[in-house]
Ligand binder design. Structure first.
Ligand code: DOR
Ligand code: ZN
Length: 345
């Protein structure tokens, strides 16, 4: 049995830091494990210009604990009126690494998102020409569509058209939750990839709804049936470079989660690597972990692989029931459970 695993230092290709005090409280959890992270722009107001992204990046860097080396990679929040020139300028100046498509009202702070994909066709055309990565929250918002079907429906209504009309555009289908999305990604060229969160490797929809409503297992897209969880495990551990790590860690304070209208989002940053690794271990796929966590994402984004390494060792790691944050508390993913791996160095 392998008890130690040394891999290149990993990156998180999908993450929410928020801003202000919450951001300062959560950045250290990510900087402890990851060299870089794609930082999502769904602040209030959203990060829609290169100027806003550059200022946000500075605030994040100021929150990185001394001695940690961590690089935030910024994204532009696409709206119906995004200026292709500002986006292209921001990308060539090294401010923007990617742009994020939120269908309007799909999730937290997405009210300013895109109301109709056709409206951003000039932006997508420019992104394709400039090699700027498009990150997609792939869920339709149509109220007629069952919440468990919204990702699969997005593929039919939008993803197929985007990859057909922009055959060279680099697209990341973010936080995929269905076998349909995994298959779709596998069927496309190497310009189409997907991130997978730890929670979607561990839970199915029962975890949200059985034994009482479990708000800390609620995120968007919601976890689906067991068949989908198994398909995601297969994709993540397959060694296919189209699939890589993106935690979608999304901090909401306990009071915002445990409410009559609880927020969507799972705060998995504190034990993210340990969580992923236990899933890979259960699948007998430890040898596939470095690719998923540390190699595939940088290859897709065209960025260098990290030089440093990180060592994980088999050990019992009890996850606290809650962590202090901003005079309150936040419940981490796996709260109260014991994980089987820890970061040794
Ligand atoms: O569960 C989620 N939380 N899904 C998202 O897409 C956004 C995120 C957040 O920002 O809270
Ligand atoms: Zn997200």
């Amino acid at each position: 049995m392998t008890d130690m695993l040394t891999i290149r230092r990993p990156d998180d290709w999908h993450l929410h830091f928020r801003d202000g005090e919450v951001m300062r409280g959560v950045v250290p959890y990510t900087a402890r494990q990851f060299a870089r992270a794609i930082v999502m722009p769904n602040l209030s107001p959203p990060v829609t210009t290169a100027e806003m992204a550059a200022a946000y990046r500075e605030r994040i860097l100021a929150a990185v604990p001394e001695g940690e080396r961590f690089t935030p990679l910024m994204t532009c929040y696409l709206t119906d009126t995004t200026d292709p020139d500002d986006l292209a300028r921001g990308a060539s100046a090294g401010v923007f690494t990617a742009a994020k498509l939120y269908p309007a009202n799909a999730t937290t702070n997405s009210a300013h998102g895109v109301s109709d994909v056709a409206k951003i066709y000039p932006v997508l055309e420019r992104m394709e020409a400039e090699g700027i990565v498009l990150c997609v929250h792939g869920e339709v918002t149509d109220h007629q569509i069952d919440v468990f079907d919204r990702e699969a429906e997005f593929i039919e209504r939008h993803m197929r058209a985007i990859v057909r009309d922009f055959p060279k555009l680099k697209v990341v289908f973010e936080h995929i939750t269905t076998a349909d999305a995994a298959i779709f990604v596998m069927e496309q060229g190497e310009n189409v990839a997907a991130t997978i969160t730890p929670q979607h490797l561990h839970i199915n929809r029962n975890a949200m709804l059985v034994g009482g409503i479990q708000p800390h297992n609620y995120c968007l897209p919601v976890a689906k049936r067991e068949t989908h969880r198994l398909a995601l495990r297969k994709a993540a551990t397959s060694g296919n470079p189209k699939f890589f790590l993106g935690t979608d860690s999304a901090p909401h304070l306990r009071s915002a989660k445990e409410s009559s209208c609880g927020c969507a989002g799972i705060f998995n940053a504190p034990y993210a690597l340990e969580s992923y690794l236990s899933a890979f271990d259960e699948e007998g796929a430890l040898d596939a972990f470095e690719g998923f966590a540390s190699l595939h994402g940088s290859a897709f984004y065209g960025l260098p692989v990290n030089k440093e390494t990180i060592t994980l060792e088999r050990a019992e790691v009890p996850v606290p029931e809650s962590l202090p944050l901003v005079d309150e508390e936040i419940v981490p993913w796996h709260a109260g459970q014991v994980l089987g791996w820890r970061i040794a160095s």
